[in-house]
Write a protein that binds this ligand. Structure first.
Ligand code: NI
Length: 395
């Protein structure tokens, strides 16, 4: 079903709504909360939903909030998701709505995601120009604790059996007024690894009496850089980064042990598998070459975020109707960052899009201590959500 250019959302309603949303967004920004502790934010979300007559459910994943709006008689049901959590980071902005909490800030724009979804709920509750059920999912703990997975374990999709689920992230570097909507993998899967290297400690002046852990571990760090380059098809993407190297306690001792840690990013299970086997082979090989003992442990975290084809095409058309066809990019490269919306997309078809936040001026990108969500895009996010509902649950 084509989406043709649509009139702007009720201008008079938006004129009142947008200043209120900006105030809510700044209030959330000033009061950031970390994973599963989003109690103030969840209270605010629940109160706002209730205030506009939306049915509210609480308790999934501890601080999760779900709002439900029904209209008409159709059994169709879609889910819209926003994340509510902040980051353990000291804000370095000086504007009035800067974080009031030491060492905690909204540096990923989740304050904006929460606010835009509240705005859409307010609009849809007032207009109900659709036929079906909309489930508004406000999830905790996106940043590292996988709040989306916990909501699913707690019965999110049993209680609210949506046909499809949709997510959105603000995207610095993408101009205001533009969106990126891509089919297939859009964010990478992430896996942490830990490698323990055990040599034989000795006096640094008598290296022949030991097995040099530092030399073996250093060789391994270099060798790991061949995993992607020499094992994968050149058109497959992956990252293997060593981010920690811990060893030694004195300048005259060759240490007994070294500990390496790092991250692997991939988009496909078969690529992940190839990378892990290659890492294991290199660990065994370097161990044999140096006479050391080397063990590796993989810790699988977020899976890749993969958009389904049909729902992505719906989102592309809705984005085009909202912003103009020339403002929707479908050929952006996926991000090697990870996103726990991936868990929802493993359960349900759906699509995760990027909404331009404007230039990342001065390196001000996601997770930067100077980051701030751009209130100028609130209306675009609300407009996108509303049109997505009115299109997928069209009368
Ligand atoms: Ni984020």
């Amino acid at each position: 079903m084509p989406v043709v250019s649509q009139p702007p959302l009720a201008p008079a309603f938006l004129a009142t709504l947008l200043p209120e949303l900006s105030a809510i967004r700044r209030d959330i920004h000033a009061h950031p909360e970390l994973a599963f502790n989003e109690t103030r934010t969840a209270d605010l979300v629940a109160a706002e939903l209730a205030r506009c007559g939306v049915e509210v459910h609480r308790g999934l994943a501890k601080t999760g909030v779900v709002g439900v709006i029904r209209a008409g008689t159709s059994s169709r049901m879609i889910g819209l998701r926003a994340d509510m959590d902040a980051l353990p980071l000291q804000e370095m902005n000086a504007f009035p709505h800067r974080s009031k909490r030491e060492g905690c800030m909204h540096a990923c724009g989740h304050d904006g995601h929460t606010t835009m979804l509240l705005g859409a709920a307010r609009y849809l509750a007032a207009h109900r120009n659709f036929d079906g059920t909309v489930v508004f999912i406000f999830q905790p703990a996106e940043e590292s604790e996988g709040g989306a997975a916990v909501m699913i374990e707690d019965g999110l999709f049993e209680q609210f059996p949506v046909d499809a689920v949709y997510g959105l992230h603000n995207w610095p570097g993408l101009p205001v007024g533009e969106m990126a909507v891509m089919p297939g993998p859009v964010m990478a899967g992430t896996c942490a690894f830990e490698i323990s290297v055990r040599g034989h400690g000795c006096h640094a002046a008598m290296p022949h009496q030991g097995i040099d852990t530092i030399v073996a571990a250093s060789q391994l760090v270099q060798a790991l850089q061949t995993v992607v380059a020499r094992n994968l098809h050149p058109c497959d993407a992956a990252v293997v980064s060593v981010t920690q190297f811990h060893s030694g306690s004195a300048w005259n001792i060759i240490p007994e042990e070294a500990l390496l840690r790092g991250t692997i990013r991939t988009f496909k299970p078969e690529v992940q598998e190839t990378v892990e086997r290659a890492v294991e082979r290199l660990c065994s090989g370097v161990a044999a070459a140096y006479g050391a003992q080397i063990g590796v442990v993989f810790d699988h975290r977020y899976p890749p975020t993969v958009n389904s084809a049909a729902e992505t095409e719906i989102c592309r058309r809705v984005a085009a109707a909202t912003l103009g066809a020339d403002k929707v990019r479908s050929d952006e490269l996926p991000s090697m960052g990870a996103e726990d919306f991936a868990y929802m997309l493993r359960e349900k078809p759906g699509c995760y899009v990027w909404l331009g936040n404007g230039p990342g001026t001065g390196g001000c990108t996601l997770h930067n201590p100077h980051y701030d969500f751009n209130d100028d895009i609130l209306a675009l996010g609300v407009g996108y959500w509303v049109r997505l509902v009115e299109h997928t649950l069209g009368n």
